[in-house]
Design a protein around this ligand. Structure first.
Ligand code: G3I
Length: 303
């Protein structure tokens, strides 16, 4: 196949990208987006600070523009993200009691998922809730501090009730190396959720890698999570300097695991990336294919 999306589809996978609503009018950008990608994640438009900047006041315009684009071009959507400690408006952080926060959390998930019901393949229900410090524990946040560990379970249970057809994912970074304490912390949570019937369908491995690419254990990590009974996905792939071998290795880890259902890169052109100056994506600033593009396409076609 001649495009990333078509090549991935040969293995019943999707190949997606993050997209920004403000760039959809850029014809170079839109041309590559619609030629290559079969799944779209809004880079910022479905985050809490955009969607509910003031309590009970919802703004779906930016997200809608991406959803409408995807519908017009036959692309599916990953929803990103319902509950995250970052890009959280100040009014949420100022809530001082658990009962109020619990209600606000439920309402936010309910309103956002209801608005997009039937239009989202998978939601990142909770994003980046684990600490980086090697403790394997949750990171401090207003959610953690007021509601304790149970806030994640509450979010998933609420989400399932609102849109039973959407896949519900936990998404995080630095959980690709099997030996990392953070990986083990997330693994324990997913195992516990599955054993107690807490609704979780997938785990997103962000896959923001340095120039060496994925850790050697990445395939093992994906396979071990999949064995718990969840789909796994690479949700925000980018690699400093985009070495072709590093990209091919990261993609191959997914291709080697049957329940790895798709790969999303975190932007189209290097100039679209949040990693300024690292040239971590598959297309150059002019929208031309880089060497890493070819290595990824070949890996997908050879799967
Ligand atoms: O929208 C405002 C604009 O009004 C303002 O004038 C401008 C001035 O700085 O800022 C704009 O907001 C920026 C926003 O991107 C939209 O461009 C924010 O400052 C900036 O912080 C924000 O960065 C985003 C970042 O998440 C925030 O944490 C990146 O675009 C986005 O790529 C990045 O994505 C995250 C994933 O959601 C989760 N995993 C990590 C990943 C990379 O950080």
């Amino acid at each position: 196949a001649a495009t990333l999306g078509a090549a991935a589809a040969g293995g019943n996978r999707y190949f997606g990208t993050a997209a920004a609503s403000g760039r959809l009018g850029d014809s170079t950008y839109a041309t590559v987006l619609d030629r290559e990608f079969t799944m779209i994640t809004p880079e910022n438009e479905m985050k809490w600070d955009t969607v509910e900047p003031a309590r009970g006041s919802f703004n779906f315009g930016p997200g809608d523009s991406i959803v409408n684009h995807a519908a017009a071009h036959g692309q599916r959507m990953r929803g990103h993200t319902l509950v995250w400690h970052s890009q959280l408006p100040g009014w949420v952080g100022s809530i001082g009691d658990a009962a109020t926060l619990r209600g606000v959390l439920d309402n936010h998930i309910t309103q956002e998922m209801s608005h997009y019901k039937g239009k989202i393949y998978a939601w990142d229900v909770v994003n980046e809730a684990f600490a980086d410090d090697g403790s394997g524990r949750h990171r401090p946040s207003v959610f953690q501090n007021l509601l304790g560990d149970g806030f994640i379970e509450q979010a998933f249970r609420t989400a399932r009730n609102v849109d039973p057809a959407a896949k519900l994912c936990y998404n995080d970074y630095s959980i690709e190396d099997w030996s990392a304490a953070k990986t083990q912390g997330v693994y324990s949570m997913v195992k516990d959720f599955k054993s107690r019937g807490v609704p979780i369908d997938c785990v997103g491995f962000q896959s923001h890698f340095g120039s060496g690419g994925a850790p050697a254990s990445f395939r093992t990590t994906l396979a071990n999570f999949a064995a718990l009974g969840v789909d796994v996905q690479l949700t925000e792939l980018d690699i400093a300097q985009a070495a072709p071998a590093a990209y091919a290795g990261a993609v191959q880890a997914c291709l080697d695991v049957a329940r790895c259902t798709g790969i999303t890169v975190w932007g189209i052109r290097d100039s679209d990336s949040w990693r300024t100056g690292e040239n971590p994506l598959l297309f150059d600033n002019n929208g031309n294919k880089k060497a890493a593009y070819t290595s990824v396409l070949n890996a997908l076609n050879n799967a």
